[in-house]
Ligand binder design. Structure first.
Ligand code: PEP
Length: 260
């Protein structure tokens, strides 16, 4: 992580914050983190689609990058309910989150669909944040590494090493996410990040060694400082524990203090 020179902290607010709540959250977060140098910190928030435009107006992109929680893979067409990359660009979106476990396991997305989205996001100049992770059942069957490698190889099929320089990956074990999630132990997370890094290097050579890898899944103020110093953990992708700006700021600071 230290080699990259940047630490990544972000949150996806899922289907929780409306426009006013998002603006309030971002304004507070921006004020709280105003003294933190963006040379070493990449801070991002992924709000609901409806909040993106107001969110963009309330914080500059170089202080808090904004992402979309999903994206269709065609510019336009007969895709009721999908959002076009052009529409996301129009409202200043920088990052596109792809393949969150809820998209895969609740809404039925496949690796093929994630791959279409990754390639579309790259074509349009976004930073794709591809989320991967094994289910509890796959873990129990000893299939975690195979699942991660499959999700990477299928999800990143056709991506070049030059394009890989713009990718971010989040490892979010499905069993670790959300209110009934159990956070991965630091040792387990480090081992899976090693597997992911190895696969990325296999796919992209030196470029694969530089792709930021974020851990997500029940990150909280207690375990964040244990996770962030680990090799191949370049940042944290946080849900519930980041949805109050003050708490998110405290997590970021406790981690940055460890890395100084
Ligand atoms: C998530 O949903 O991606 C997530 C990491 O949530 P939480 O931190 O609440 O487990």
């Amino acid at each position: 992580m230290k080699e990259l020179g940047k630490v990544y902290f972000g949150t996806n607010t899922k289907m929780y914050k409306n426009i006013a709540q998002t603006v309030d959250f971002l304004t507070r977060l921006d004020t709280l983190t105003t003294d933190l140098s963006r040379e070493t910190l990449e801070l991002f928030v992924i709000p609901s689609f409806t909040a993106l435009e107001s969110a963009r107006r309330c914080v500059p992109p170089e202080r808090i990058a904004l992402g979309a929680q999903n994206m269709g893979w065609e510019d336009e067409g007969q895709f009721t309910g999908e959002i076009s990359p052009l529409m996301l660009k129009e409202v200043g979106t920088q990052i596109v989150e792809i393949g969150h476990s809820e998209r895969r396991h609740v809404l039925g997305e496949t690796d093929w669909m994630e791959n279409q989205k990754v390639r579309c996001a790259l074509r349009h100049g976004f930073t794709p944040l591809l989320c991967i992770g094994e289910t509890g059942e796959q873990k129990a069957l000893g299939l975690s590494d195979e699942v991660l490698r499959t999700q990477l190889k299928a999800g990143l099929h056709g991506v070049t090493a030059a394009e890989a320089a713009r990718l971010w990956i989040a490892y979010e074990p499905v069993w670790a996410i959300g209110v009934s999630g159990v956070p991965a132990s630091p040792a387990y997370a480090a081992e899976k990040h090693r597997v992911i890094r190895e696969c990325l290097v296999e796919l992209f050579g030196a470029a694969g060694a530089r792709i930021p890898l974020l851990y997500g899944g029940s990150v909280n103020p207690e375990n964040a400082p244990e996770l962030i110093p680990l090799p191949n953990i370049d940042g944290l992708f946080i849900g519930r524990s980041a949805w109050e700006a003050e708490k998110f700021d405290r997590i970021i600071r406790s981690c940055l203090a460890l890395l100084e």
